[in-house]
Design a protein around this ligand. Structure first.
Ligand SMILES: NC(=O)c1ccc[n+]([C@@H]2O[C@H](COP(=O)([O-])OP(=O)(O)OC[C@H]3O[C@@H](n4cnc5c(N)ncnc54)[C@H](OP(=O)(O)O)[C@@H]3O)[C@@H](O)[C@H]2O)c1
Length: 218
């Protein structure tokens, strides 16, 4: 699912071109780290924000980002973005919203595109934060487009054609988080966690016979 979110957001919404300046927020997450790798493979300059030094190191040393910074240490996000994007941002992959979006708007280039994938900083707020710099959309002819991965599943074979050779050739990398302790509860887990399909159109995840998630895969 994160892979398809990235593929749709990159090739159908943000559409960065070779040599363009790309910024990604929540970069160490499942979506952000892939966006950065796609951007590098397409010949873009890419920088990202993450919430710790370890994540910033990972982005630069493992995932090949040109630059990365810890947004929690930057009290002036506008100044931080100016430092990493002196020429401005052509494409912003929006994963967090809020203050970051406000700062990005000030740093977008003319005809810039914002692919709104998510706004994780806003989901749990009682009152969503306001966005002050929307006038930049007008001044700089910026396009903002939201999207959902589920609307692009017809492109899944194309996604695999692109990404599998990259993985085999080690041009795309990933990190694994393996929890050995789960081995001990493997059987009980399998007993109560069931994946089923409904009319070949819906994928259902059931726990103890209750549907906890369903996804349209038609
Ligand atoms: N449109 C779609 O179809 C689609 C599909 C999948 C996901 N999404 C969205 O894409 C975004 C990223 O998803 P993901 O799967 O990559 O998530 P993830 O793997 O769970 O990573 C999310 C990361 O966001 C950062 N974060 C959490 N709270 C934050 C805050 N208040 N401000 C800034 N950063 C924060 C955290 O990293 P740090 O510790 O570095 O802050 C966290 O590791 C989310 O907004 C999600 O809802 C959209």
């Amino acid at each position: 699912m994160p892979g398809m979110s990235v593929y749709a957001g990159f090739y159908k919404v943000g559409t960065p071109k070779k040599g363009e300046y790309v910024f990604v927020s929540a970069t160490s997450g499942a979506v952000g780290q892939l966006i950065g790798q796609f951007a590098k493979l397409e010949g873009c300059y890419v920088a990202g924000s993450a919430g710790s030094k370890e994540k910033v190191d990972l982005l630069k040393n493992k995932f090949g980002f040109d630059e990365a910074f810890n947004y929690k240490e930057k009290h002036d996000l506008n100044a931080a973005l100016k430092r990493y994007f002196p020429e401005g941002i052509d494409v912003y992959f929006e994963n967090v919203g809020g203050k970051m979006l406000d700062a990005v708007l000030l740093n977008m280039r003319h005809h810039g595109r914002i692919a709104a994938c998510g706004m994780i900083s806003q989901y749990n707020l009682d009152e969503p934060e306001g966005t002050k710099n929307l006038l930049q959309i007008l001044y700089k002819w910026i396009q903002i487009k939201g999207y959902m991965h589920r609307n692009y599943y017809h492109l899944y074979p194309k996604f695999l054609d692109l990404v599998l050779p990259y993985i085999r050739e080690k041009k795309m990398v990933y990190v694994e988080d393996i929890v050995e302790a789960l081995k001990m509860v493997q059987l009980p887990l399998l007993d109560f966690l069931v994946v089923a399909t409904l009319e070949n159109e819906w994928l259902l995840l059931l726990v103890n016979d209750a549907i906890i998630h369903c996804m349209n895969v038609a």
